[in-house]
Every structure is written in C-alpha cells, then in structure tokens.
Design a protein around this ligand. Structure first.
Ligand SMILES: C[S@@+](CC[C@H](N)C(=O)[O-])C[C@H]1O[C@@H](n2cnc3c(N)ncnc32)[C@H](O)[C@@H]1O
Length: 214
C-alpha cells in the first residue's frame, strides 16, 4: 500500500486468514450486519460502497438480500482483498484497492456507503479524512450506515473492550469507546447523525450509526 499505514483485520497479517472464523465464532456477525443492512433502507437498485470491506462478508450479505444492488467494496489491504476475491467468486461485486486517503471515485457517486468494524482501525485524523471522503462520494440525500464499537453498555462491557484495545491499539479505539464517533461524523458535514441498535458482545458493545448527506 502506498499512502497511510493501516491496521490489518486482526492486527497482524498472519492472522488475517483466521478473521472470518474468529468473527463468526465470537461475535453476533449476522445479527449486527443484518441490522446495518436494515438501517440502510435500500430499495434494491442503489450504488453502494462497502468501505473497509475486509473479507467482503457484508457485501455478500447485501448482494444476497438485494441482487440488483451495484456494490463496490474497497480496502487498503491487498491480502484481505485476495480472500474477499475468492469468497466472491463470480458474484457481481467490484473489489477496489486504494492507498487509504483519497477514495478513487468521483463526487456524488454512491447512494449509500456502509462500513463495518473499520473505524476503530483509524486514528482520529484518519477517521476525519475518511468521513470527509465518504461525504464527498455520497450523493446528496444519500446515507452512511456504520457498525462499530461504541459506548459500552455497562462496566463489564467496558472491561471486555480492553481485549480489542490491546489488539488494535488505544490510539484508534478511544474515540469509539468514548462515544465520540457520531460527533466526528457530524463535524465532517453529515446531518441527522443517529445511534441505533447496540449489541453486547464478548469484546464490548457494538453500535449501529446512520447519517445523511444534505
Ligand atoms: C476488522 S476488519 C473489518 C472487515 C469487514 N468490514 C467486516 O466487517 O468484517 C477492518 C478492515 O478495515 C480495513 N482498513 C483499515 N484501514 C482502512 C482505511 N483507511 N480505509 C479502508 N479500509 C481500511 C482493514 O484492512 C480491514 O480489512
């Protein structure tokens, strides 16, 4: 990757091949990704960007639910994209690799941007860059829908989140833990930023967020 440094799916490249097994086994993956899809409120023919697609599970769930969607799935990590490619097979999902800063798309390209478990891999500066870029590529009236770690629902959820912080680092996870991501989305220029479902997991509390481009 040329451009910014990044944290791979499970922190270390050698663990990437185990990502799907770990998430599938220890997290309510289908439930929270399904909640994200529901919050996107899609009709079925929209242009979608899956930001930080990883192994493309969310893109594949979207395509299965709504086969008419035009899905582009982007990531900074060529290795994880190779796994995504083998999972996708001949499903019509466009995989894109990029350098982590400017998204390689024109202004107002997508009806909706979805993103799952990516923001806690980004520093605050990288989060700001990502939100600015996502805002640029969404059409006016289009939606951003996110699933990521958020404010813990109780003390034990907070303690469990130390596992994620130990793995992915404190610098990138603190804004999530403090519930500051919605403020950062609003600061980038989105409106109607909302927090929806929250999921208690063995690694802490996941939340679904949505926002709209004016
Ligand atoms: C924990 S994985 C989540 C993968 C997938 N979205 C999911 O829900 O299973 C985080 C992903 O974010 C990607 N990533 C990290 N920094 C990124 C950036 N600046 N832009 C896009 N993707 C990034 C990583 O390469 C990794 O694939």
């Amino acid at each position: 990757m040329s451009g910014t440094t990044y944290i791979p799916a499970l922190r270390f490249h050698w663990l990437t091949k185990m990502y799907d097994a770990v998430v599938g086994l220890f997290m309510p993956e289908r439930r929270f990704k399904q909640a994200l899809i529901s919050r996107a409120g899609l009709c079925g023919d929209e242009k979608i960007l899956d930001f930080g697609t990883g192994t493309a599970t969310l893109s594949l769930m979207l395509k299965k639910a709504l086969p008419g969607l035009q899905i582009t799935a982007i990531d900074v990590d060529e290795k994880v994209l190779r796994i995504a490619k083998s999972k996708i097979g001949d499903t019509a999902i466009q995989l894109v690799h990029y350098g982590g800063e400017r998204l390689p798309f024109g202004d107002n390209t997508f009806d909706c941007v979805v993103s799952s478990l990516v923001l806690h891999h980004l520093t605050d500066t990288q989060k700001q860059t990502a939100f600015r870029e996502i805002l640029r590529v969404i059409q006016p009236g289009g939606r951003l829908v996110i699933a990521d770690w958020g404010l813990p629902t109780n003390r034990s959820q907070r303690l469990l989140f130390y596992l994620v912080q130990w793995l992915d680092g404190f610098e990138t996870t603190t804004a999530n833990l403090q519930g500051l991501v919605p403020n950062m989305i609003a600061a980038a220029g989105f409106r109607d930023v909302m927090r929806h479902e929250r999921f208690q997991t063995v690694f802490g509390t996941l939340e679904i967020l949505s926002a709209q481009k004016a």
